[in-house]
Design a protein. Structure first.
Length: 88
């Protein structure tokens, strides 16, 4: 269930990043496009450098986070509740 992170700063910012290391960039783009088409979730693909290699990451920022959270929150088990922003 866990392959992502919450970037949270009190009163300022929260966003989600999903690690999709085994995806090719074109596959990551397809995923991003499908989230928009099927759920209205706006996301972007980041390609950060990690130990000399680039790995795709799906970033869901302020324009998509509320829709994303509304969809996934009912399925988050208690031990992963720390992955949700405390403002909820």
């Amino acid at each position: 269930m866990d392959d992502g992170k919450l970037d949270y700063r009190p009163k300022d910012h929260y966003a989600f990043s999903l690690t999709i290391n085994n995806f090719l960039l074109k596959e990551a783009k397809i995923l991003s496009d499908m989230l928009l088409k099927n759920f209205g979730i706006i996301s972007s693909i980041q390609n950060p450098l990690c130990r000399g290699k680039r790995y795709p990451m799906l970033y869901i920022g302020k324009n998509g986070r509320d829709k994303f959270l509304k969809i996934v929150k009912p399925y988050i088990i208690d031990c992963f509740s720390h992955k949700l922003p405390p403002i909820l």
